[in-house]
Design a protein around this ligand. Structure first.
Ligand code: GLY
Length: 549
């Protein structure tokens, strides 16, 4: 079965069982659900129905939901199945059917639609915990469906009690596994934890609401929530070792092969790069089509990180950064039938990805030079210092995971505690700078601003510009006030933290600590780099590269 056939087969089966087919909700969760940055499961957009806060369009629903899980971004490409973006097939009952029908549907769809041999199906059920009994009902129903008792195993809270987050709807679950046979490991069922037994579907008996103190309240109704990863099902049904060899991913890998002139399946490091491009290609396209834009916070930062990783893995294959936009076309062509927003948003997504890739390419070029120096001098200690990792991040926008990847390739570690400490210090400095900028510096700033034209603010479109310093005045403690012709720095009002970043040029570099707002105009408060004492007012009208972080 192709991926599209599996998706359609699943949804049609549940339509025949009286379910309403609902379209996938956005990857960006509803505003009233701050529990996650991105949609992580098919039940997420239906939470208010489970909680009894809203009336569902139908008591039985089915969907193929766009999902994104960020826990394992670093693992993507290194394993057979880790993905960031994936599609989750599910059927949902809001106070309608419960365990009996959910299990019957699970068995029927597995054997009749997906064609699995019932002899190969294994089941796990919840073994119970304080306040929630062992799920003997589910066990007996599976026996009734013909699964022998010795292929039903009990597992604890970590495996068989599902929750969308620390609080909210949750309940015991029963999971369906497929035994791939002795070639994949020893006998013994899912409790052995080997790759021989692949979990392919999770049926959740959603009957509790967990509060912040961990207490379980009973939901207004007994509900069903299920989740089956489409990519994993495709790998099983297409008999592929990894999801990247299924029909859903093949065109993306083929694009990477064609663009780089390298073949998949001959070199482990090349394969990893191609898998990252395949996963991140889908991830960035779906995220941007749902309106996420690269930035420094929350889900925006996730998109930025994904695009930057893709640029750097693409660079490993010798690809120019802007070529990544080719992946958007492959994704829109392959998934546009199921997710029409990909086609509708195609050109905006291409612009978004292209702009971020291009911007990062410039920082990558400079960062790579510094990275090579850092790798060289770190070799003897075996570890990249927190200071160096921070400088790469802070000055060149090098995400920590790229430094970590590079370190690993050279057999080095990264001092991440040191890095975290410096990040914390920087946040404190920015806060203090914000407070100071609101008051004492104002008069001095007005003095600096008075002699030169109003700064043109371009920060809505650009985070980096090449511009000139039009005025500069040294201050105490290695600081200076400066004015730019064009500035990407946003000056917050009301003493809040404003943008920060760097100014660099042949005459030296300076950290932008604060941006002082003067009506429509602005003045920057800088810390002049210890090595850049040459940067002074005589450097007005020389070009500088200015980075807003
Ligand atoms: N909500 C069920 C699952 O994610 O497995």
């Amino acid at each position: 079965m192709t991926t599209a056939e599996i998706r359609e087969g699943f949804l049609r089966y549940f339509e025949r069982q009286g379910h309403l087919r609902i379209p996938s909700a956005s990857l960006v969760p509803f505003e009233d659900d701050p529990s996650v940055l991105l949609t992580i499961a098919g039940m997420q957009p239906l939470k208010s129905y489970f909680l009894g806060q809203a009336q569902p369009p139908a008591p039985r629903m089915t969907s193929s939901q766009k999902c994104f899980r960020t826990l394992d971004i670093d693992q993507v490409g290194r394993t057979a199945r880790h993905l960031t973006f994936f599609e989750m097939l599910g059927n949902f009952s809001i106070g309608d059917y419960f365990k009996d029908d959910a299990i019957r549907f699970g068995f029927e769809l597995s054997t009749e639609v997906l064609g699995f041999d019932p002899e190969q199906i294994w089941i796990t059920v919840f073994e119970g915990m304080d306040g929630v009994p062992a799920d003997d009902e589910a066990l007996e129903k599976w026996v009734e469906m013909g699964i022998p008792r010795d292929r039903i195993q009990r597992l604890g809270e970590a495996d068989n009690f599902w929750k969308a987050g620390p609080t909210g709807p949750c309940g015991p679950n029963t999971e369906l596994y497929l035994d791939r046979g002795p070639d994949f490991g020893p006998d013994g069922g899912p409790v052995t934890g080997t790759d021989r037994f692949l979990e392919y579907w999770n049926l959740v008996f959603m009957q509790y609401d967990r509060s912040a103190d961990g207490a379980l309240a009973t939901l207004p109704a007994k509900n069903i929530d299920t989740g089956a990863g489409l990519e994993r099902l495709a790998a099983i049904l297409q008999d592929k070792q990894t999801v990247f060899e299924t029909d859903g991913f093949r065109p993306l890998v083929a694009w990477a092969e064609q663009a780089s002139g390298r073949g998949y399946g001959t070199d482990a490091r090349v394969d990893r790069a191609m898998r990252v491009l395949a996963d991140h290609g889908r991830a960035m396209t779906f995220l941007a089509a749902d309106g996420v834009r690269p930035g420094n916070e929350g889900r925006d930062y996730i998109l930025r990180r994904i695009i930057r990783r893709a640029v750097s893995e693409g660079a490993y294959l010798g690809l120019e950064p802007t070529r990544l936009t080719g992946l958007v076309d492959v994704v829109a062509d392959g998934y546009g039938d199921a997710y029409p927003e990909l086609v509708a948003q195609r050109s905006e997504v291409i612009d978004t990805v292209g702009a971020e890739a291009e911007q990062f390419a410039r920082t990558l070029e400079q960062g790579t030079r510094l990275l090579e120096e850092v790798l060289d001098r770190s070799r003897s200690a075996g570890v990249i210092s927190g200071d160096d990792a921070f400088r790469l991040h802070d000055t060149f926008g090098f995400p920590l995971d790229l430094t970590r990847d590079a370190a690993e390739e050279h057999g080095l570690q990264v001092d991440e505690d040191g890095f975290d400490r410096l990040m914390g210090d920087q946040r404190d400095r920015a806060r203090a700078a914000g407070r100071k900028g609101a008051g004492v510096d104002r008069q001095a700033a007005e003095g600096v601003a008075s002699g030169s034209p109003v700064t043109q603010f371009v920060g809505y479109d650009q985070l980096e510009v090449v511009t000139t310093i039009t005025a500069m005045q040294p201050q105490d403690g290695g600081e200076a006030l400066a004015k730019l012709a064009t500035s990407p720095f946003y000056a917050e009002g009301g003493g809040q933290v404003s943008d920060h970043g760097w100014i660099t040029g042949n005459a030296g570099s300076a950290e932008v600590l604060d941006v002082i707002r003067l009506g429509d105009d602005q003045v920057l408060r800088l810390r002049v780099d210890r090595k850049s004492t040459r940067l002074n007012s005589s450097h007005a009208n020389i070009s500088y590269a200015v980075f807003c972080l």
